[in-house]
Design a protein around this ligand. Structure first.
Ligand SMILES: Cc1cc2nc3c(=O)[nH]c(=O)nc-3n(C[C@H](O)[C@H](O)[C@H](O)COP(=O)(O)OP(=O)(O)OC[C@H]3O[C@@H](n4cnc5c(N)ncnc54)[C@H](O)[C@@H]3O)c2cc1C
Length: 443
């Protein structure tokens, strides 16, 4: 990532102080990450010709987050390759990219236009507003939480802070057995660290996968040498105990039962909180995210809100009426941005495609198609010899989702079947030697 001050485009605001009257942008996108970038790109593809300001608080050009817990942490990718678009692209497409500005307040007129105020004092007047503000890491509020070396992993600065400490660390405790925690734990283990994962709940990746997949990951990680402790939580973080030393760095994690695990790094990955502060200030409806309709419009009917910050109607065909969902994935940020781009150009197009997600943990490449909420049956497909594992989820005989580990053909077959409203009969799917695409049926 790095900072790229020399390449930073001119901000949209005309003046540098708070008194200058800045130019009004056609669309102000607050949050310059996966969904904000996609929104700007999709709008240009649809012929939206008004000026766009893509503004974010980070000091980096917009980059892809998934690598932060994987290749970037391990040092196997160049940071430049994570940047979404070149500065030339933004300039050619009449998009001002504004970095390092945190919006604290928005004043709104009745027609939806307004002015966004940054903590620096700069103002960003706009005709139309998009909130692509994502989510922030949930903090673990226990004793010692402010010690050096107690880290989170949500953005590039977090990843750089982690990388900076990794060289000197021997022991790492990861708190949270969700995707980010397990990805980072696998990466750190690969980098030669002694890694322990503490999971508060009775199984890994609590909400996102079913029991079989959670159990598969538990066994697979343990077989690869990760020390994973379920039903275990940290009571406090301990500082180095040498007398006379300034005790500002973490040295260990004390568990509820009094056990102390040595740790020169503690990485906390206990989920995220959607950034709804601006929406609340604008009196938009908020409920585990900014509540939007099928067209990505917030409760005022004019602001669009998309990606990790948005709570939307479940887009999966056949889901219960009124069922809502907030998704945290690259695929969702992209698809949701496309819906919002249509809305902003006066068209009404619903979410296309089936939500999907991936997570790479060591040599375990998980791909998830669909959402498994409300399943009543699972079918397990396991090929030990080839290291493949899939779980198909069914509701009333209809396949609704699949978790596939190192099984891309299963993933593609289920994703395609869901997208086309087709089915994969459960009994036939149970034979792992059967290619799922050959047994897909029309209902
Ligand atoms: C380490 C990591 C690994 C991941 N791995 C995967 C993966 O393997 N597969 C997958 O599908 N997904 C993965 N994800 C999730 C995926 O990256 C997110 O779903 C995606 O980034 C969401 O994009 P977004 O634009 O909605 O929100 P975000 O990426 O959170 O971006 C929101 C931006 O808005 C900024 N912002 C917030 N408030 C303000 C404000 N008031 N003023 C200015 N700027 C503001 C934030 O700083 C941030 O830059 C991963 C995420 C992380 C952190």
């Amino acid at each position: 990532m790095g900072t790229h001050t020399a390449e930073q485009p001119a901000p949209v605001a005309a003046g540098t102080g708070t008194t200058a009257v800045p130019t009004r942008t056609g669309l102000l996108i607050i949050g310059a990450s996966q969904s904000g970038v996609q929104l700007a790109v999709s709008l240009r593809a649809l012929g939206f010709d008004e000026h766009i300001t893509l503004l974010g608080d980070e000091d980096h050009r917009p980059y892809q987050r998934p690598a932060l817990s994987k290749e970037f942490l391990q040092g196997t990718v160049e940071s430049e390759s994570l940047i979404f678009r070149s500065n030339e692209y933004w300039a050619e497409h009449n998009v001002d990219l504004v970095k390092g500005e945190y919006i604290v307040r928005i004043d709104r007129d009745a027609d939806g236009s307004g002015v966004a105020h940054a903590s620096s004092g700069r103002q960003f007047p706009f005709k139309r507003l998009a909130l692509t503000v994502g989510a922030r890491a949930r903090k673990l509020e226990i004793d010692g939480g402010d010690l050096d070396g107690v880290l989170y992993l949500r953005n590039a600065d977090d990843a750089l802070a982690l990388k900076a400490r990794v060289g000197d660390a021997k022991d790492v405790v990861v708190i949270g057995g969700g995707f980010i925690g397990l990805e980072a734990a696998s990466s750190l283990q690969k980098m030669g660290k002694n890694v322990t994962v503490l999971e508060f709940g009775p199984r890994l990746v609590g909400r996102a996968v079913g029991e079989e997949t959670a159990e598969y990951f538990l066994q697979a990680h343990r077989a690869r040498g990760l020390d994973i402790r379920l039903n275990t939580s940290a009571a406090r973080f301990r500082a180095a105990s040498a007398e006379g030393d300034k005790q500002t760095s973490v040295a260990g994690v004390e568990l509820q039962d009094g056990t102390v695990l040595p740790a020169q790094i503690v990485l906390v990955g206990i989920g995220v909180i959607p950034n709804t502060q601006l929406a609340e200030q604008l009196e938009l409806t908020v409920d585990n995210g900014i509540v939007v309709d099928r067209f990505a419009l917030a409760s005022d009917g004019t602001t669009v809100a998309i990606g990790d910050c948005a709570n939307m109607p479940n887009p999966v065909p056949g889901s219960e009426p009124g069922e809502r969902i907030r998704l945290e994935s690259v695929n969702n940020a992209i698809e949701h941005a496309k819906v919002a781009a249509y809305s902003l150009t006066g068209r009404r197009e619903e979410y296309a495609g089936i939500p999907w997600f991936w997570s790479n943990q060591a040599d375990l490449k998980l791909q998830i198609a669909g959402l498994c909420n409300g399943y009543d049956r699972t079918v397990l497909r396991r090929d030990e010899e080839r290291g493949k594992f899939s779980v198909l989820y069914y509701r009333q005989g209809q396949v609704i989702a699949a978790d596939c580990v190192n099984a891309p053909l299963d993933f593609m077959a289920v994703k395609n079947a869901l997208a086309k409203g087709r089915n994969i009969p459960a009994d036939a799917a149970a034979d792992p030697a059967t290619l799922l695409k050959t047994i897909t049926t029309d209902s």
